[in-house]
Design a protein around this ligand. Structure first.
Ligand SMILES: [Fe+2]
Length: 290
């Protein structure tokens, strides 16, 4: 019989969600019991922070793989040269790494919503973080749903939004004009997909708002302008300060979020003064369903 871990400790990050977790070993040999406790904590808190777990890229991939199969990011050029499961984010170009850099203010989203089965969770590691700016913000899309009045909930149930990689690329190119357009190959690999606007978490059963303003091309069966206005209105609601936790990065932080329950976005940093390099692994859809 396995002994339940006793070393895990939690400290809340925000009133309704998020927890700093200490006592959690992060490597490929983590025990089944610790891993189970970690996944349970992720489902309960939706965002987990581990301060300075002492990871190298190999550890991050090995730990992530213990959680389930990983996605390979659509931006092939930003994959880590030695660990293709790592998507490199930031403005660093060195050692074969070309991190994915965007000048535009990123929009709220959940990762890889352009896939038929979107990612369950993402792990984000601060390899090199600027002393100011570059925060990652999280919105409690579950709490935001819970806070809606019954009439609004009824109006939203059953609506479906189309998520499109092409819409996202077009948005990025408007803000970072030198970025390449979506290739025909990627368009064929990831055609637009339809997801419910109100999603139900497969483990907790909790409902949440699935809002990705820069990825959603339209709401099915709704006039384009009306659909865009609805997405904007709901995003403003879900990202009100009472639902948001903003993470100020320290070197060596690892943050894990449940893409099925929260939205996130990045904030800008002064890329002319500072270097930023983040490593992300992305758990494929269905990895944490059991
Ligand atoms: Fe993201």
């Amino acid at each position: 019989m396995q002994i339940a871990p006793t070393l895990l400790d939690f400290r809340p990050l925000a009133p309704s969600f998020g927890a700093e977790l200490s006592g959690m070993p992060v490597h490929g040999d983590v025990s089944d019991a610790d891993l189970r406790a970690f996944v349970d904590a992720l489902h309960r808190h939706r965002v987990l922070l581990l301060r300075n777990p002492g990871l190298d890229p190999g550890d991050l991939v090995a730990f992530s793989k213990r959680l389930g199969p990983l996605e390979l990011h659509a931006a092939v050029e930003a994959r880590h040269p030695a660990h293709p499961e790592i998507f490199c984010v930031g403005n660093v170009v060195r050692d074969g790494i070309t991190a994915n850099f965007a000048r535009g203010v990123e929009q709220w989203h959940a990762d890889s919503s352009y896939r038929v089965i979107a990612s369950d969770a993402s792990l984000f590691y601060g390899e090199e973080v600027p002393p100011e700016g570059g925060e990652t913000m999280f919105a409690d899309a579950t709490g935001a749903w819970d806070a809606l009045d019954p009439a609004t909930r009824q109006r939203l149930e059953g609506l479906r939004a189309v998520h499109s990689l092409e819409t996202l690329y077009d948005w990025n190119r408007r803000h970072t004009p030198n970025r390449a357009p979506l290739s025909a190959e990627k368009r064929a690999l990831w055609p637009p997909v339809s997801h419910p606007l109100v999603r139900t978490h497969p483990v907790t059963g909790a409902k949440s708002l699935y809002l990705c303003p820069a990825v959603i091309s339209h709401i099915e069966g709704m006039d384009a302008a009306e659909g865009a206005a609805l997405i904007e209105e709901l995003t403003a609601h879900a990202t009100a300060p009472r639902f948001v936790y903003s993470h100020r990065w320290r070197h060596g932080d690892l943050v894990i979020w449940d893409n099925r329950a929260v939205l996130h976005t990045a904030s800008l940093f002064d890329h002319t003064r500072y270097q930023r390099l983040m490593f992300r692994t992305t758990l494929a859809g269905g990895a944490l369903a059991a």
